[in-house]
Design a protein around this ligand. Sequence first.
Ligand code: 15L
Length: 274
Amino acid sequence: MKKLLVTGGAGILGRALAERGIKGWHLRSLALSHPPDYPAQVERNDGDICDPDALRRAVAGCDAVLHLACRYADAIGFEETLDVNYRATLDLMEASVQAGVSHVVFASSNHVQGFHPRRNAPLSEGDALRPDGWYAVSKIWGEAVMALYADARGMTTTSLRIGSSCAKVMDERQFHMWLGFDDFVELVRIAIERPGPGHVALNAVGDCEGAFFDNSRAKALGYAPRQNPRAHLADPAVPDTAPAPDIFGRSLGGAFARANFRADLDIWEKGGAA
Ligand code: 15L
């Protein structure tokens, strides 16, 4: 059986993956700690991602890595992102090369294009990067690192630009960019089993009405979303709720864009990025 290391394995997405599993794969989770009710079939590795020795131990014997661990918050500062999002990501890639890992999946984010106005949707992966804060900038850097290791080390790397992934569609913004947990796990499977080498960035969203992000590149790799947002509404009124009139409702990034926006709304909406 092949082995997949999941960093941040005790977080929301790590847990969703641990509960579902991937056929043919043994999962090993790296996290500071794991709750007592963590799925027993997943190997637990308690350790700090910022400790290179812990990373080396965690990745030993693995065929693939899913890198979920990161620091994030809508208004996070640059300095706060340095240790985990930058340094630990690089240490993880070096440890992976040393361990002979062939596939790495990086949890990127919709926020790399969060400052696009909604009227630009649906966006494809090739559209301009418009990060909506320092968290998003760190994800763009992470994608660049994935591309570098694919070219320079012959790895197969995938950046999943995850929309909004949770059990239920909580609000109107999520309705247009939601990713169900089953579909998330399927995208991870596709990424760790895809033939390589090379890097690809994939919009990781379901088939959403009024989609913010086009998922056809993932579909070309075999992705067939099964979880329709309309069947997973927290409240039936969600799709008909009016978007907020401020930057939250006019951008793709929502709360992250709002937390970092200090400009004029009309000027921003007229502007663009090539
Ligand atoms: C993200 O990138 C975050 O990791 C997640 O917690 C959500 O905030 C999501 O984006 C979102 O945009 O809803």
